[in-house]
Design a protein around this ligand. Structure first.
Ligand SMILES: C[S@@+](CC[C@H](N)C(=O)[O-])C[C@H]1O[C@@H](n2cnc3c(N)ncnc32)[C@H](O)[C@@H]1O
Length: 340
């Protein structure tokens, strides 16, 4: 097997170059001999690589290497020796898997390693595509820019969650797998016979899960035509055509035009749901429940807004919780409020 022999003091720099250019054979172990290190190579170095390595100081040798005993099992294993372990933890923490697609954050200082990280994530997760977050979630339709890193450059996928199948394009619609437990929690509160409105339904994860488990009527509103396209598909995929009714439009306008009176309203638009509270309470029946979401450090403002919007009726707070972290000190919070 061919190897690249280099003086110990240059080994670290050379290893980085070989890894970046995918010349290291990861199945074999790096060899150490006196003052030298020998890297196992997957193929003979080309001219470009030799130039980059300043080839006077290296020697290509034919030698025997000990093979690695096990296949890498974690992202850490895949990136061991190439990236600072603390940084690997950061990358791991930012992982989202949506169907066959992985979305992750690559810190700016690891820009040069983005493709290595992408390939490692692809192997580690055994999914089909890896994308990198290139912006915050922004705009009315709550999407973000993404950069393709590894695997197929395909952004449409089918995600499975608590027995539902959700088709979506991660570039065109909002979807977060981190809300799965919250959706299950809300779905578990529902009773048969309810009329429900999801004012900001996206591709329909709340309505579909609720309708799969309860005999209800759900109006699923979204302003994004792409989300509307996928919610229609998801209603079919999950066979809930008789329970979920998709509507394209602005939630405030739709409620007014259709005069829908609801037992339960879901308001998962945490950045600006408060602007729609007056409209939601206008269409919430006495005794009805609102699942309200905000980005906040505590619950004070959300509780005040709910009280004010319900006036002259009163609200009883049934529950409140931190759903997930948004940024340091800021949470995606949920408050369940019953109007009495
Ligand atoms: C944070 S996403 C939530 C989607 C979905 N509930 C979920 O859990 O995946 C908010 C959604 O609200 C939609 N939206 C924003 N403004 C809206 C409005 N005025 N009327 C209806 N939908 C709106 C966006 O297009 C987006 O799909």
């Amino acid at each position: 097997m061919i190897g690249l022999k280099i003086k110990k003091n240059r080994a670290n720099d050379v290893r980085k170059i070989l890894f970046r250019r995918s010349f290291i054979d990861l199945n074999a172990k790096i060899k150490r001999e006196d003052d030298f290190v020998i890297f196992p190579l997957s193929e003979k170095p080309d001219e470009e690589l030799l130039n980059e390595l300043e080839h006077e100081s290296i020697e290509i040798v034919d030698t025997v290497f000990e093979m690695q005993k096990r296949n890498p099992k974690s992202l850490k294993d895949y990136l061991k020796g190439k990236i600072d372990p603390q940084k690997i933890e950061e990358i791991k923490g930012s992982f989202d898997i949506i169907g066959d697609v992985v979305i992750l954050e690559v810190p700016e200082e690891l820009e040069n390693f983005k493709n290595i990280i992408g390939e490692a994530a692809l192997k580690f997760t055994k999914r089909k595509a890896v994308f990198r977050k290139k912006s915050e979630i922004k705009g009315i339709i709550r999407t973000r820019e993404l950069e393709h890193l590894a695997g197929e450059d395909v952004s449409e996928t089918i995600h499975q969650e608590f027995g539902t199948r959700l088709m979506l394009d991660i570039k065109k619609v909002y979807f977060s797998p981190r809300l799965a437990t919250e959706r299950k929690r809300v779905a578990d509160c529902v009773k048969n016979g309810e009329i429900i409105v999801d004012m900001f339904a996206g591709v329909g994860p709340f309505p579909v899960l609720i309708a799969k488990n309860h005999n209800v009527k759900i109006y699923a509103i979204d302003i994004n035509p792409e989300a509307f396209k996928y919610i229609k598909k998801n209603i079919e995929l999950n066979k809930v055509q008789d329970r979920v009714f998709p509507i394209l439009g602005d939630a405030r306008e739709v409620l007014k035009e259709r005069n829908i009176k609801a037992d339960r309203i879901i308001m998962n638009l945490p950045g600006s749901a408060y602007e729609f509270l007056d409209s939601a309470f206008n269409f919430l029946k006495d005794g009805g429940i609102i699942h309200y979401y905000e980005f906040a450090s505590d619950y004070d403002m959300a509780l005040k807004r709910l009280e004010e919007a319900a006036y002259p009726r009163k609200v009883k707070i049934l529950g409140k919780r931190k759903v997930k972290s948004k940024s340091p000190g800021i949470w995606h919070i949920a408050v369940d409020a019953k109007v009495i």
